[in-house]
Design a protein around this ligand. Structure first.
Ligand SMILES: [Zn+2]
Length: 99
């Protein structure tokens, strides 16, 4: 599964996959779904989920500055508040695009 094309269209990310499918992900859903440890929390060995801290979103948190493909398996998004530690693997992006 690979994206042929990734584009920002207004307040959505549009991804055209090489299998012909397309995903549209609203930016706020994308940011709230950030998979980094600080946003998604860390799991202990018992499978309990811990949030590192309460997430404080600002308006610029949902403004996309740029995105870069990473290592042929994921996309990294950089947000207006400087946050960019979320690495979104392709299957995860495809899942986010299904509402
Ligand atoms: Zn994050």
């Amino acid at each position: 599964m690979n994206p042929r094309d990734v584009q920002q269209i207004q307040n959505e990310i549009a991804i055209a996959w090489d299998d012909g499918a397309e995903s549209y992900i609203p930016l706020d859903k994308l940011r709230r779904g950030c998979p980094c440890a600080a946003c998604s929390g860390e799991q202990d060995i018992m499978g309990n989920q811990y949030k590192a801290k309460d997430l404080a979103y600002k308006p610029e948190s949902f403004r996309l500055v740029r995105f870069d493909k990473v290592g042929g398996y994921a996309v990294q998004f950089t947000w207006g508040d400087g946050h960019n530690s979320g690495i979104y693997a392709y299957p995860y992006l495809k899942k986010l695009g299904v509402s």
